[in-house]
Ligand binder design. Structure first.
Ligand SMILES: Cc1cc2nc3c(=O)[nH]c(=O)nc-3n(C[C@H](O)[C@H](O)[C@H](O)COP(=O)(O)OP(=O)(O)OC[C@H]3O[C@@H](n4cnc5c(N)ncnc54)[C@H](O)[C@@H]3O)c2cc1C
Length: 496
């Protein structure tokens, strides 16, 4: 008889691989498939924010990844004449997430680290080189049909399926879900070079060349890698745009063939879209399968990791019978508005960079040089769901303070609920509240993070496994109230 897995993850890109780690760490029986044997070897994402690194810390891979991270210093915007329009510096110190706010990295290194860590979990079965071709769901689970390159087909069963199978998702197609387009797609050439020692000095950080004749992005990637993204304009022949001779002519102001080797030159379509539904019964979507953003904010993969963090613990709670299945509906309701805020901001920045009308570009330059600072990192709260965002800092991202012994807060309870409070505060909580904490596997941390608690104006804060704030409290009544928001189905029985 076919084994019934708890969750099947379709696609082992960075989002699927992160989700596998989080689910396996939560104790579920997980099966995962990828159409290819190894991770995609060419870089796509080059930027990870502090929250993304915190999620990877909770998934157990940050230590492996940390030595390969680079410092992201700034993003500058210049006009066709080379005048500085905007400077967006990033702190090079550790930030409020316990990691630098902006980091450079190599996506294949991340994917390798995630897959290697996943292989350490005995409760996770990886099937590489197996393309998922079809899925069908019934009352008890989902049947998954896979095919190997040798055309051998196999059938698997799982209670839930998560499609992490990228922008052209098969799972999304089987679910019959359409993409809601948020902005016009644009074609951009993406060129990665590996620079040799003889190359001239290249700029630091990221530069947006806002030239209406030809918008270009330059990115200082990690190690010897440098990226140029070049917008295609009417009249360009997309089929020949990535040919080496043409690529070198585009990059001539910076480098010549003797300075570097082309690792990859491909024309991408930068899409802005969100899937209309993220859940249909036992099937869910995450990562690029659920949303796509142009890369101007460096947030596509970060958003996918946030999906994995939000969904993983909810699936674990439902599978273990700790929570009602309706908890899964809070995944799209919380995350769809959240990612949409990032995509809208990426489109706003993209409109500054991609302006093609010379007169509009002139007006833009004038406004940017004289007007208010327009750039800051977006930090939306979660959409409506488990946590009521209208109450104080609830539904916003929690900080991750360093502990007195130098460790990071989450290391005390990786991917678990945390109650952080003033010394002695939790001891006064009534037994039924403590019972709920025990059921939820909540870890109490006292006498740490005093500065952050003070900035919240609170004596206590409950942090969810995905690291968003469930609620804050200043007295025992409030503490009981936020504890009651933990989505335990057993709580009615416990609160006699
Ligand atoms: C030029 C560029 C620059 C970018 N820069 C950034 C950045 O700086 N920061 C950032 O955060 N994001 C960035 N992104 C976005 C980021 O790369 C993506 O959001 C991220 O790779 C999405 O991860 P994913 O796991 O959802 O999908 P993918 O990486 O696409 O992985 C999907 C996986 O599913 C597998 N698969 C597909 N179909 C099937 C099937 N039927 N059966 C089995 N397996 C299947 C594939 O083989 C693949 O391994 C950039 C993207 C581009 C193109």
């Amino acid at each position: 008889m076919t084994e019934m897995y708890d969750v099947a993850v379709i696609g082992l890109g960075p989002v699927g691989a992160a989700l596998c780690n989080l689910l396996a760490q939560s104790g579920l029986r997980v099966v995962a498939f990828d159409a290819f044997d190894g991770p995609y070897s060419l870089p796509r994402a080059t930027h990870l924010d502090g929250e993304a690194l915190r999620i990877l810390q909770n998934a157990g891979v940050s230590e492996t990844l940390e030595p390969s991270l680079g410092i992201y210093t700034r993003m500058r915007f210049v006009n066709a004449q080379g005048d500085l329009l905007l400077d967006w510096p990033r702190s090079v110190e550790e930030g409020w997430q316990g990691w630098r706010d902006s980091n450079r990295f190599h996506q294949p290194a991340l994917e390798t680290a995630l897959r290697e860590n996943a292989q350490r979990h005995a409760n996770l079965d990886l099937h590489l080189g197996q393309r998922v071709e079809d899925l069908s769901q019934d009352r008890d689970g989902v049947t998954i049909l896979t095919r190997s390159p040798a055309q051998q087909s196999q059938t698997f069963r799982a209670r839930y399926v998560v499609g992490c199978d990228g922008a052209r998702s098969t799972v999304r197609a089987v679910m019959g879900v359409e993409l809601q387009v948020l902005d016009k797609p644009e074609q951009w050439l993406v060129v990665d070079l590996i620079i040799n020692g003889a190359a001239p000095a290249l700029p630091e950080g990221t530069i947006q060349y806002c030239d209406p004749a030809r918008p270009i992005t330059y990115i200082e990637a990690v190690g010897a890698r440098r990226r140029w993204e070049v917008m295609l304009i009417p009249g360009d022949d997309a089929s020949r745009f990535a040919e080496p001779g043409h690529v070198w002519s585009l990059l001539a102001p910076w480098v010549s063939p003797g300075d570097a080797e082309i690792e990859r030159a491909v024309v991408y379509t930068f899409n802005s879209a969100v899937a209309e539904r993220w859940r249909r019964g036992r099937m869910l979507l995450a990562g690029d399968a659920a949303h796509q953003t142009p890369p101007f904010l460096g947030q596509g993969l970060c958003a996918g990791l946030r999906d994995a963090a939000n969904l993983g613990w909810k699936l674990a709670w439902v599978v273990k019978g700790l929570a009602d299945e309706r908890l899964l509906d809070t995944y799209p309701s919380e995350m769809k508005p959240h990612v949409t805020a990032f995509i809208v901001e990426a489109n706003r920045i993209g409109a500054i960079i991609q302006e093609r009308d010379p007169e509009m570009a002139r007006q833009r330059d004038e406004a940017l040089r004289t007007g208010p600072q327009l750039l800051k990192s977006v930090r939306p709260s979660l959409g409506p769901g488990l946590t009521r965002s209208e109450i104080g800092p609830a539904a916003s991202l929690s900080a991750q303070p360093r502990l007195k012994d130098g460790r990071r807060l989450d290391d005390l309870a990786p991917y678990g609920f945390i109650l952080l409070c003033e010394p002695g505060f939790s001891a006064e909580a009534p037994p039924r509240t403590r019972d709920l904490w025990r059921q939820a596997g909540l870890t109490v941390v006292e006498g740490e993070g005093a500065d952050w608690l003070e900035s919240l104006g609170a004596k206590a804060v409950i942090i969810r496994p995905d690291r968003y704030i469930l609620g804050v409290a200043n007295d025992l009544v409030q503490l009981e109230a936020i504890t009651s928001q933990i989505p335990l189905r057993l709580k009615d029985a416990l609160c006699d």
